[in-house]
Design a protein around this ligand. Structure first.
Ligand code: PMP
Length: 327
């Protein structure tokens, strides 16, 4: 373990060091090692610019109180998407998937949480400046950070949504398939607009005028007994939670699932609408643009899906234990 160095040790005046964000846990992972949170720093001229070409993941670790263990949900699938995002941004990581998997386990063990966590790997090219930067030496820097993040599953929470006046980014400009930091400028514009308008979340339409996704989650509706979500080509992130639910709902609940374009007005008259994502988990939307969805409370299908998802991510439903990486 690297010892902690102070500004005095490094010969730097403390006034020249920007405040280091408070540590959510004592350690992070950077460049092949578990390090104290304060340790890795960047030069002030580097701040910001590499975000232009940075990609990341959001992954949950669920705590099992009885066993005193933390399990990461669908880590291989998140690492696959991380690899695809890096590929599309022309990054060539030297680290292997198996080494990256070990990095997550090592970091979780070092921080020894006693509750649910959120894990965030980030890959960036240190030399990026504006629209230019390195194009031929593309080994990214990779960090992994984690923070406490209690699950809201089974909490009874519901959301009020609005359609955004902002259109979702598309594959011909800023592909939503890449989990890239710049995509979240589009998300922020919509999320800010929704919040200032008194709503909890925005729902984007895509350039074709069909339902895309929310600012950080995917959209599902229940209509005429089927569980329906936009297609992977409808300007959405290829969500791990969406794929999980498509598989679980059909196999375990025996309900028909459909991936197809969805009209805005279909959501208004749907029996149920819910959002899903790693962070969002499964959360019902009970009102959109002043239209009450279904009965205005969490629908019976959403209740079943949320319970199933809860049991799977917590390892209570042992049929899907292979989706959990024990740390
Ligand atoms: N769409 C967007 C824009 C997101 O940021 C997220 C969260 N990663 C999702 C959908 C849901 O994806 P996942 O289920 O893989 O977390």
């Amino acid at each position: 373990m690297v010892e902690q160095l102070s500004c005095a040790d490094l010969g730097i005046e403390p006034e020249l060091v920007l405040p280091i964000p408070e540590a959510p846990f004592p350690y992070l992972w950077f460049s092949g090692r578990v390090l104290p949170w304060e340790q890795p720093v960047v030069h002030v001229t580097t701040a910001g610019w590499p975000s232009i070409q940075a990609v990341f993941e959001g992954i949950r670790g669920y705590w099992n109180e009885e066993q005193g263990t933390l399990s990461i949900f669908r880590l291989p699938e998140h690492l696959d998407r991380f690899a695809a995002s890096m590929k599309l941004m022309r990054m060539q990581p030297e680290i292997t998937t198996s080494e990256l998997t070990d990095a997550f386990v090592d970091l979780c063990r070092a921080n020894a949480p006693a509750g649910d966590v959120y894990l965030q790997p980030l890959a960036f090219l240190a030399g990026v400046r504006g629209g230019s930067g390195p194009v031929d030496s593309l080994t990214p820097e990779i960090t992994i950070t984690m923070r406490p993040n209690p699950s809201a599953l089974l909490s009874g929470k519901s959301l009020r949504a609005c359609f955004s006046s902002w259109v979702r980014i598309s594959d011909d400009a800023l592909p939503p398939r890449i989990k890239a930091l710049p995509n979240y400028a589009n998300s922020r514009l919509a999320a800010n607009e929704a919040r200032l308008g008194g709503y909890d979340v925005p729902i984007f339409l895509n350039r074709q005028g069909k339902v895309a996704e929310s600012s950080g989650s995917c959209v599902f509706m229940v209509r005429n007994g089927a569980v329906v979500t936009p297609q992977a080509t409808d300007s959405i992130l290829e969500s791990v939670t969406r794929a999980t639910l498509l598989e679980l709902v059909e196999r375990e609940l025996g309900l028909p699932v459909r991936e197809r374009p969805i009209d805005r007005t279909e959501l208004y008259v749907a029996d149920e609408v819910f959002l899903c994502g790693t962070s969002m988990e499964v959360t019902p939307v009970t009102e959109i643009d002043g239209f009450t969805i279904g009965s205005g409370t969490m629908g019976t299908v959403t209740v079943r899906i949320e319970r199933l998802y809860h049991d799977v991510v917590r390892g209570i439903d042992t049929r899907y234990i292979h989706w959990l990486t024990r740390t």
